[in-house]
Ligand binder design. Structure first.
Ligand code: LLP
Length: 415
């Protein structure tokens, strides 16, 4: 819980809107975001970096609803994208192409063309063959592509192995030891313009030290390049700042920024950061309703109407999300396995949660704003959830619940 999601007389609110009213009005499962939480998170970042030229490129993959992209765009954000689809969303949401950086290990020719056409700020190139492809595509269009190399600093992010990206064994970026030569090669390519360096070491980091270690490596390489006549305009230090789901104690945005700015003291490059989770994670919850309480021999189950297709993080990473009742009740507390209706043992939202609840009660799965809706699927032909943005006491529907007909609309029966 935080100031944006709080109890008032035993009812859980998002800002000034009671979540049980929202569950009634829009149905469940339903994602609810706080406009104030999103705005405050972005403003904290902007404030923390204001002492120097910077660009906050929100990592679209964390939550790509166009209402959220539009809100960040209006606050001045740029965007970190990893697909042509995300670029299209950013533009549809009113984002500025010249504030977009394009990350990802597998950019297709079509995606490169689309991004060059839109005139994005920079491609974060992740391999020698991607350099060749980008040079060729830009050449065929008579354009010059601005590039950074994403260097892999071989720093341990000390996070879940599935979301750690800065180690030698990971598929991301170019090896630190090879980056210098590759920069020389890139600088000699006619349709590329070397403008920066990029690194991103992982997600849900709860300490500043790996960020510092990575930044120091980036700076050392930047200096070697400058000595060889390749002068960079910007340094992109990636995203990855963690949030509190349970009892983690990640650095605040201000502490994270302070630490980075310390390392960057006396440097003139523009700073880019790519935060995702920290801007949206604790700004959103997933509402779900208990369909059944089932008392098994060993365990009690609360079977809810949200499932792993709606929120994949528990099944995929064994991730913890707090689960709170929308109405506190004076019932006896019991321990429950909170599970969805999908036919997989891994379909759970939470294990062994102590709750005073009854059938029909609605719950909020907390900290679900990042990598919740954006990783959802239609497994078991389950339409994806509705999304709502609360602003003060007003709830705006920002994505309608999918219909089953939409799910098979593009399919064809073979005669
Ligand atoms: N930049 C790049 C190049 C990235 O790959 C990512 C995330 C970010 C920025 C944003 O990182 P953030 O600030 O959100 O940590 N699905 C996982 C997280 C995967 C993160 C992938 N890359 C989860 O639910 O925990």
């Amino acid at each position: 819980m935080n100031e944006y999601f709080h109890y008032q007389q035993d009812r859980l609110y998002a800002e000034n809107a009671a979540l049980d009213d929202i569950a009634q009005r829009f149905g469940t499962p339903c994602y609810v975001y706080s406009h104030a939480a999103l705005t405050d998170g972005y403003r904290q970042f902007a404030e923390a970096f204001k002492s120097r030229e910077h660009l906050i490129c929100y990592a679209v993959k964390a939550n790509s609803n166009i209402a959220i992209l539009n809100l960040f765009a209006r606050l001045g954000a740029g965007f970190d994208i990893v697909s042509g689809g995300e670029l299209q969303r950013v533009l549809a949401a009113g984002g500025a192409a010249n504030k977009v950086v394009f990350s990802g290990v597998g950019k297709s020719e079509a995606e490169m063309r689309q991004a060059l056409e839109a005139e994005i700020l920079c491609f974060n190139v992740e391999s020698p063959s991607e350099l060749d492809r980008l040079n060729a595509v830009a050449g065929s269009m008579g354009k010059v592509a601005a590039i950074s190399l994403r260097v892999n600093p071989d720093v341990d992010a000390k996070t879940h192995p599935y979301i750690s990206t800065g180690l030698k064994q990971n598929k991301f970026g170019v090896a630190y030891t090879e980056a210098f030569e590759l920069y020389r090669k890139a600088a000699a390519m006619p349709h590329l313009r070397v403008t920066g360096m990029d690194c991103h070491i992982g997600s849900q980091l709860t300490e500043v030290s790996p960020f510092i270690a990575a930044a120091e490596k980036v700076l050392a390489l930047t200096d070697r390049l400058a000595a060889a006549g390749i002068v960079l305009e910007h340094l992109d230090l990636g995203g990855g700042l963690g949030i509190r789901y349970d009892d983690e104690t990640p650095p605040s945005i201000a502490e994270y920024a302070q630490a980075l700015l310390g390392v960057l003291q006396g440097r003139s490059e523009k700073i880019i950061v790519e935060p995702g989770r920290v801007l949206v994670g604790n700004a959103g919850v997933l509402l779900t309703r208990i369909e059944y309480l089932k008392h098994g021999e060993e365990k009690n189950f609360a079977i809810v109407d949200a499932a792993m297709n709606d929120l994949m993080r528990p099944a995929l990473y064994d991730a913890y999300h707090a689960i709170l009742p929308l109405q506190k009740r004076g019932l006896e507390k019991q321990f429950y396995e909170v599970v969805g209706p999908i036919c997989e043992t891994g379909d759970f939202i939470g294990h062994g949660r102590e709750m005073a609840v009854d059938k029909g009660d609605a719950l909020a799965v907390m900290s679900a704003g990042a990598y919740g809706m954006s990783m959802s699927s239609n497994y078991n032909t389950r339409p994806r959830a509705a999304e709502v943005m609360v602003d003060g006491a007003v709830a705006h529907l920002i994505r309608e619940r999918e219909t089953v007909r939409q799910l098979y609309a593009a399919e064809k029966i073979v005669a």
